[in-house]
Write a protein that binds this ligand. Sequence first.
Ligand SMILES: *[C@@H]1O[C@H](CO)[C@@H](O)[C@H](O)[C@H]1NC(C)=O
Ligand SMILES: *[C@@H]1O[C@H](CO)[C@@H](O)[C@H](O)[C@H]1NC(C)=O
Ligand SMILES: *[C@@H]1O[C@H](CO)[C@@H](O)[C@H](O)[C@H]1NC(C)=O
Ligand SMILES: *[C@@H]1O[C@H](CO)[C@@H](O)[C@H](O)[C@H]1NC(C)=O
Ligand SMILES: *[C@@H]1O[C@H](CO)[C@@H](O)[C@H](O)[C@H]1NC(C)=O
Ligand SMILES: *[C@@H]1O[C@H](CO)[C@@H](O)[C@H](O)[C@H]1NC(C)=O
Length: 416
Amino acid sequence: MLLLLQLTIIILTFISHENKAIAQYVPPYSSVVVPLHKHTDAAKPLYSVEIVTAYVNMQYLHANFLIDLDAPFVWHDCIIQWNIYPGSCPANTLCTSPVSCEEYQCTDVRASYSYTNPSCSPPNNDSTLPGWGYCTCPVTVVDPVTGSCGQAMLNYDEFTVNPNAACAPSSAFQSFPKNVTGVMALSSSPYALPASLFEPLKKVMGLCLPSTLSTSGVLFYGNSNYSLLPQKDVDVRSYLSYTPLIKHPDSFGYFIGVNSIVIKTRSIGIPANATTKISTLEPYTVLRTDIYNPVIRRFSMVTKRIPPAKAVPPFGLCFSTQVGLRVPDIDFNLPEGKKWTISSTNSIKQVTPDVACLALVDGGATSEHAIVIGTFQMEDNFVVFNLENSTFGFSSSLLRKKTSCSNFNFTLVDSF
Ligand SMILES: *[C@@H]1O[C@H](CO)[C@@H](O)[C@H](O)[C@H]1NC(C)=O
Ligand SMILES: *[C@@H]1O[C@H](CO)[C@@H](O)[C@H](O)[C@H]1NC(C)=O
Ligand SMILES: *[C@@H]1O[C@H](CO)[C@@H](O)[C@H](O)[C@H]1NC(C)=O
Ligand SMILES: *[C@@H]1O[C@H](CO)[C@@H](O)[C@H](O)[C@H]1NC(C)=O
Ligand SMILES: *[C@@H]1O[C@H](CO)[C@@H](O)[C@H](O)[C@H]1NC(C)=O
Ligand SMILES: *[C@@H]1O[C@H](CO)[C@@H](O)[C@H](O)[C@H]1NC(C)=O
C-alpha cells in the first residue's frame, strides 16, 4: 500500500492510462523519468516537474513543483485537515494530516532540516486546528522567487515515503510561475525527495533542463540507460565526465570544486577555499567580484571584434548583434583535469533582437559562494548527481552532440 502511495509522486503524467503506470513501476524497476518544464512568467526563469500529488475521487491530481536543489523539505499548496471521515475533505482537494509540535518529526525538521535564513522569525506553536486541539508544527519556508519568509505546516503527506512535507496557503505561491504550486526539494536533506525514494532509485538523479518553453526536459532517478533522439543507441551517460561532489556544512545543496576558468588558453585562477554551488534557482551563473572582473576582462578581450552594446542589467558585458553570436568557449577546469565547457548557447543570452550579453552576473565582493552555477549554463547539458559515490557528472552542451534535453522520447518509457 505504502509502495503505491509513494509511487504516485513518480507516476508520470505523460501516461494517460495511469493504472498501467502503477503496475509498471512496482519494484523491481530501475529508473523513473519525470517531464520537466521551463517557465518564464515569473521574476526569473524557473523549472518545474509535473507530478501526481494524490488520488482523489478516483482521479489523479497533477501539480507542478519548482525544482530546488537546496530546499530542506518539500512544500506545496495543500489543506491541512483530518480527512478520515467522508466529506471532511472538500471534493477534488488534497487534504493532509498535521504533524503535532510534540512529535519527533517536528523537532527534527525545525532543529536540523529547516531553511536557514536569519531574517526569518522563528516559527511558533500558536496555531491549532479547529476540532483537533493539539498544536500543529509551523515551519519556516523561504520563497525561492522573492526570498521572502513564509510559514508552512508540517504534515503527513501521502506522496513521499518519508511521509513529511509542508502545506502552505495558496497565497504563498503568488510569486511562482502560473500553475506551479509547490517546491520539490531535490537536496541531500533526509526530508527531500531523493532520501524518500527506493534503494536503486535514490542513488542517482539526472537533470536535463530544456531551453524552450514548448518542450519538456527530463528528470530521472536510477542508474540506467537513457537515450535522447535521434541517437536511439547511445546511452547519454557515455557523454559524462565526473567530478567529486563536495559537502558544504551549511547547506543541503550540491557543490563541486573549480580550479580555474579558462578562456582561449588564458587561465583565471580560483582561490583554493572558494565554493562552487549548483543552483536551479539562480538563472545565470554568479561569480564573486574577484573572479567576475578578470573573466569579463578576458572575455571582452577575445570578443574585441564584436561591436559592444550598452550593458543590460544584470549583465555587465553586452554586444550589438543578432541571434546566433558565436564566441570562444569558457572552460571551467575541475579537479583531475576534468573540464566543463560552456559554449555560446550557454554563455550568450539574447536580451533583445539586437543585443546579446554574456550571461554571467557579478555576485559582489563578499558573496557567500565564489561561484553559483545557474540554469542558463545548464540548459541542454545533461548533469547527474550520483549520491552513492558523491560524484557529479556533466556532459557540456548536448547540442554539440547533435541532441538536446528536449529529445527524450517519453513514449519509450514502457521499455525501461
Ligand atoms: C496545470 O498543471 C497541471 C499539471 O501539470 C495540468 O494538468 C493542468 O492542465 C495545468 N493547468 C493549466 C491551466 O495550465
Ligand atoms: C513548541 O512545542 C514543542 C513541544 O512542546 C517545544 O519543544 C518547542 O520548544 C515549542 N517551540 C516554540 C517555538 O515555542
Ligand atoms: C543500453 O543501451 C544500449 C544501446 O541501446 C544497449 O546495447 C545496452 O544493452 C543497454 N544496456 C542496458 C544495461 O540496458
Ligand atoms: C580564503 O582565502 C583567502 C586568501 O587566503 C582569505 O583572505 C579568505 O578569508 C578565505 N576565505 C574563507 C571563506 O575562508
Ligand atoms: C559507485 O562506485 C562503485 C565502484 O566504482 C560502483 O561499483 C557502483 O556501481 C557505483 N554506484 C553508482 C550508483 O554509480
Ligand atoms: C518514440 O518511441 C515510440 C515507441 O517506441 C515510437 O513509436 C516513436 O516513433 C518514437 N518517436 C520518435 C520521434 O522516434
